[in-house]
Ligand binder design. Sequence first.
Ligand SMILES: [Zn+2]
Length: 167
Amino acid sequence: MISCSTADILHLSSFYPKDSKIVKIVEDNNQVNIYLKSQTHVQICPKCGHDSNKYHSTYRRKLQDLPIFGKSVYIYLTGYQYQCENDDCDQSVFYEDLNGFTGHYKRMTRRLEDFLVTLALNTICEGAARIAKLIGIKTSGDTIIRILLERASHVNKMNTDFIGVDD
Ligand SMILES: [Zn+2]
């Protein structure tokens, strides 16, 4: 449980991964920019599933996150590229996903994607995009369709793998 020392303080860092650090926040009338530095030491290769603790390089990524009181939120993540140490894997280098906080090659956080998927499944993609815009999320119906298709493809792959094991 997170408690605040006074009624008007909310610790933003508690909403971000434990293995990251907020280094700067820049806010204007419409947008909050959060500069986040990764502090991971190990990540899982998306291709073979092996742990890797070998840094390859650092990089800067821009990720959209859930809005705060109607203001768009963008994370400027300084993260690591890791090198897969499994000799049998053909994925030499990969971007970290901050242990599920985002995808390896995504431009938004997992929780923002989850929200858009839930909204779209209960409305329609274009309607979801219009509602999202009202609360400060910059997206389009096409982007939401792409997210839904990616997730459906992932579920189909998992089902295929499961059937394959039973066979
Ligand atoms: Zn690998």
